[in-house]
Design a binder for this molecule. Sequence first.
Ligand SMILES: Nc1ncnc2c1ncn2[C@@H]1O[C@H](COP(=O)(O)OP(=O)(O)OP(=O)(O)O)[C@@H](O)[C@H]1O
Length: 583
Amino acid sequence: MPMKPEKLYLPGAALAVAALILLLPTYYVGLLTLAGTNALVCLGLAFLLAAGQLSLGHAAFLGGGAYATAILARDYGVPPPLAIALAVAACAAAAYVIGRLTLRLRGHYLPLATLAWGIAAYVCLVAATDLTGGASGLSDIPPPRVFGLEFGTRGMGAAAWIAVGLAFIAYCRIYRGRMGRAARAIKASPTMAAAFGVDVAAAKTRIFVLSAALAALAGGLYAFYMSFLSPTSFSIGVSFNLLIMVVLGGCLHPLGPLLGVLAFTAIELAAQYLIANLLGIPGQMETMLFGLILIVALLRWPNGLLTWVRLKPPARPAAADEPEAAPHPVSAGRRLSVDAVHKRFGGLQALKDVTLDIPPGRITGLIGPNGAGKSTLFNVMTAVLPASGGRVALDGDALPARAHEVVRRGVARSFQHVQLVPELTVLDNVLIGGHIQGKAGLLSAALGLDRAEERRLAREARAALELVGLADQALRPAASLTLGSQRLVEVARALMARPGVLLLDEPAAGLRGPEKTVLVQLMRKLRDEQGMAVLLVEHDMELVMGCVDYLFVLNYGALLAQGERQEVQRNPAVVAAYLGAEA
Ligand SMILES: Nc1ncnc2c1ncn2[C@@H]1O[C@H](COP(=O)(O)OP(=O)(O)OP(=O)(O)O)[C@@H](O)[C@H]1O
């Protein structure tokens, strides 16, 4: 069978880099080595950005890895590979502590916190004179040797790019797998990610630790290549440059950060040559020109170079993208009970003493005018919001207070406002719903041990898509679908979690006639064949009255009425409060 051209890219790139390291003059090999260490940091930073986290202090891990490696090798005679491994472990441990402390911060507080510890680390490097040599730097780092022969510039270049190659392969595998999807779900909406079982805090910390470990590895290689370290090489300016490289390349593909590093290095070289050699202008002019190019580039191409370098997403394990669906796995229906639930937002009482019973094998409707509290009740039931009072139970047991644990008990939901990851394919979005059906973490994905799991999940996702009539759209980007189809993808994603209780928040908004028919048939099928408990919040009264078995009516946060649909339809209080116009 002829080899696919994609399979030749990596060996081709490896050969090209090897040839450059062997043939280029030493000065350029040195630049390539530094590009390699930068590329390692940028791969980690890109993963962090893919999960919606921004670090302005990553040079601290680069510096930490470099200094720890240098001190271990120079002062304690630790062999180079062990010195690097120990430095990486130390930085990963520090990142774990920093991550636990800072990654809970949202909005601009997180970048500010990373900026603060970046500055603090720099100050420490300067102040700890006895250990680091302070502002004068740390010299005489022994060069690594193999069989008594010094590594030299070309040897260090090869070591750096072998590390980049391995890190790139690992990142591609992680990016296309369970944790890569979780990262992008967190970026799109932490609430949605948690609703499908992603422990957001733990996932963010793991990704942060991985990115710090890559930076520390880069630092270790940098220390041996330079054989001299100065704190200025790890200042905040360096953190910014690294970030610019990632943004310049783009984060929507693992190749983006590598493109960014190479483009940054090339622009820097060109700017130096143009300004200093051709125009003869000394000083910082090249930095200004460089800044200008970057501003224009980023304004013009917000996704960096990936805006116009079109790349296919990293391939999934063989056959995982093949249109092969397994029968959709069935879970037993469960009973969800809401008992005297209250919810206050400051002075606003959004839910007052609400009690509902949502038994298995029934489609239960929940209606009410705008602002009645339906979505708030959904959020309380799925632990997205804590209740101010009352109890939510599944088969009599209180549900956990953390959203990512609720779905593991068998309660899945869709959202009133569609929460898909727009740049991911429909299939990958549905696979987010299968997070709890998988186990693969960062390490097993990096080692390629998640293949069987990915294939199984992809087959299940296809089956879920077939149920909502979108099997033929599996490989399209979610953003290219109509709003109605996106809502059906949300339903398929919820089904991927194999729930016993399915909560649908306005799933018919934006759906066309045939799509509504698919939705109603699906709800009936889930009720009749799986005994699933379905709770439907919907404003489309024709659809509600056509399919629900039992109806609750909320008004101003309190239960106004409940009963069979005809009974509710005739209830004068409901007619007055809500159905008036339709009745
Ligand atoms: N996070 C919040 N903070 C403060 N008030 C909120 C919050 N979420 C909802 N509310 C308020 O709680 C009340 C109930 O809102 P909710 O969105 O649950 O109503 P709804 O029945 O889902 O309405 P709609 O049909 O328009 O979606 C509203 O008055 C709303 O403004």
